[in-house]
Design a protein around this ligand. Structure first.
Ligand code: M6R
Length: 610
């Protein structure tokens, strides 16, 4: 996820900007840059940017010093446009420098409009568009920077935190927020703006958090918050008591917990620019698949991404009626798979670097298949190797156990299935519309689930000493049972198995006694009654049942020891809501046991060996 810092005061800005960006390095980035003005010189800002690490930027700054007491700095994690010097922020157009976190949803339309009005672009990013908009607003008569930013904000849709600076008004930074975090730090004769308190904590602990739909004008001596119409919002500053490490984790105890809580925002970012409600369709970032020629889809993936692929199988077969197979990448590459033209291989990888998946892609391409990659990391090896790439935009995931990368993969599966179904003709516009509307409503529903932490923590404490867990689910809940078991194993080191609920009687039922917690995924749906029967079978053998059920289900409580309720959503999207309580259960069990949650033993975030 990108990082933002801005400074306005009497000290040299560059060391403060670089120091702030260093504090944000842990979030992951691929390029960095600063734009700094010396208000006393009358000269414009100097922009220095470079692909790669901050040390590279620092070296560049030795050769091209950026001197001045006002500046903005940014670490970029590429979403639109590959990592390169030109695509790094700040973007400068005329007198305007801009840094941006988030995604401008309507950037393609705006780019065309601006190009027809004569704008020349020097990057592939969505961000540069905003610099052009502000510059254009000023040329068109906006009296000052604040008005120009306000007018430009009317034109953009999407998620953003922007900070804008003008060579012509060097005493002012203007920032705006919609869905991406933004905080102002208060000093004495100096002020700061940042995406996270971490960036400014060594300078000040007195901060104001900017809220949705707010703009903030920051000078050396004043901070004025308004809405986008200019109405002033008064807010008292807060004093931050977090340590630097706590601040990195957004006040959460672990990155994993922070990332669990980021899921509503991450899902919203996956949807940005892809939901076409006017045509009941999905836009796949310009990917044009020849759907009629696809005879079969084969998913290849590992670990959690394999589980997301199993949900993909369910969704694509249901909505697009194309036959789907799912293979573990390390098996696929060695079994001489029968594959060729007419097969679309979908390679799913959060990191985009998993060696097994990469080699499986090579095997598929050798045999003539087209490959679509679903990855969270722009320009990673897997999307580069594939013919097409779909990015999940979850932001960097630091906890080794995947959470937000998984849920956004599931959203990607739903989008892909709708896209395919609309083109095979098996998905009617009405059903597509219903699913798309439900996808758009998902972030709020996920917020409801992550807020049920206290109940899940209490359950985790009760079962935290168990030596094994069983996870059961049917249909698209079966992969979620597998994922729940994997998550628990990874971070708590408790043995756990995921099973299709109907398979329990064929073996695992022998394990059930009063010591075995059984987590049963039982949201409303066609297999609800059968799942409830399985749950009763567990209860009859003194097993402890933790049910994940739909809100308003008054029956399930009589068959379960604990019920965790999730909001009602369309059957096809249920896995996206039911997995959250399982991630939280694993997290709280592991926390109860005191394991190293963010870096569990023997595991790596990206597995680049066989
Ligand atoms: O980066 P990838 O999605 O290709 O990684 C695949 C697995 O290594 C990964 O999902 C692993 O299972 C995670 N630790 C799951 O939490």
């Amino acid at each position: 996820m990108c990082g933002i810092i801005g400074y306005i005061g009497n000290r040299q800005a560059t060391p403060i900007l670089i120091g702030g960006l260093r504090k944000l390095e842990y979030r992951g980035y691929d390029s960095a840059g600063v734009s700094v003005i010396d208000p006393s010189s009358g000269a414009g800002s100097r922009v220095v940017r470079c692909r790669g690490k901050l040390s590279g930027l620092e070296q560049k700054l030795v050769a091209e010093p950026a001197v001045g007491t006002v500046g903005i700095g940014h670490t970029r994690w590429a979403t639109h446009g590959r990592p390169s010097d030109e695509n790094s922020h700040p973007h400068k157009v005329g007198a305007i420098s801009v840094i941006h976190n988030g995604i401008i949803e309507n950037h393609l339309t705006l780019r065309q409009e601006l190009a027809s009005a004569g704008a020349k672009f020097s990057s592939e990013t969505d961000t540069e568009i905003f610099a052009h908009l502000v510059d254009h607003a000023l040329t068109a008569g906006a009296p000052d920077l604040v008005t120009a930013v306000r007018r430009s904000l009317q034109k953009v849709r999407g998620s953003y935190a922007f900070v804008v600076m003008s060579d012509k008004e060097p005493g002012t930074l203007v920032a705006a927020k919609n869905s991406s975090p933004l905080v102002v730090g208060l000093g004495d004769g100096e002020n700061y703006v940042a995406s996270d308190v971490t960036a400014i904590l060594s300078e000040t602990r007195k901060v104001i958090f900017i809220e949705e739909g707010e703009m903030v004008v920051v000078t050396r001596d004043a901070v004025t918050i308004t809405d986008f119409d200019g109405n002033v919002h008064k807010r008292e500053p807060k004093i931050i008591t977090w340590s630097a490490l706590q601040a990195e984790k957004g006040g959460f105890k672990h990155y994993m917990l922070k990332e669990i809580h980021e899921q509503p925002r991450a899902v919203a970012d996956t949807l940005v620019g892809r939901v076409d409600l006017e045509n009941d369709d999905v836009l796949l970032d310009g990917i044009e698949l020849d759907v009629k020629s696809i005879k079969r889809i084969i998913f290849i993936a590992c670990g959690t991404s394999f589980h997301a692929s199993l949900v993909g199988e369910f969704l694509i077969e249901a909505l697009a009626r194309i036959p789907v197979e799912v293979d573990v990448a390390s098996e696929f590459r060695y079994r001489d798979p029968i594959i060729g033209k007419g097969d679309l291989v979908v390679a799913v990888s959060q990191s985009g670097e998993t060696l097994d998946t990469m080699e499986a892609i090579r095997e598929a391409k050798k045999k003539g298949a087209k490959v679509l990659a679903i990855s969270n990391v722009l320009e990673a090896s897997i999307p580069r190797l594939a013919d097409y790439a779909f990015y999940t935009h979850a932001g960097p995931e630091i906890g080794v156990a995947s959470t937000k990368a998984f849920t956004t993969q599931l959203v990607g599966m739903a989008l892909l299935a709708i896209y395919l179904g609309r083109r095979t003709g098996t998905l009617k516009p009405e059903k597509a519309r219903e699913l798309l509307a439900e996808l758009v409503a998902l972030p709020q529903k996920l917020r409801d689930v992550v807020e049920s932490g206290a109940q899940i923590q209490a359950i985790a404490r009760r079962y935290g000493n168990a030596t094994g867990f069983l996870f059961l689910g049917r249909g698209a809940q079966y992969p979620i049972a597998l994922e729940g078991a994997l998550k628990l194993k990874e971070i708590s080191y408790i043995h756990a198995e995921g099973y299709p609920a109907g398979e329990m009687k064929h073996g695992p039922i022998a394990l059930i006694d009063e010591h075995l917690p059984v987590v049963v995924l039982a949201p409303r749906g066609p297999s609800y009654e059968k799942t409830v029967s399985n749950l009763a079978e567990v209860r009859a053998r003194q097993g402890k049942v933790i049910a994940i059920a739909s809100r308003g289900d008054n029956e399930i409580g009589s068959h379960s020891d604990d019920v965790i309720v999730v909001p009602d959503v369309a059957l096809e999207l249920q896995p996206i809501v039911t997995v959250l309580p399982l991630q939280m259960l694993s997290y709280y069990v592991a926390d109860f046991k005191g394991t190293d949650i963010d870096q569990p033993r023997n595991l790596a975030k990206s597995v680049t060996v066989e």
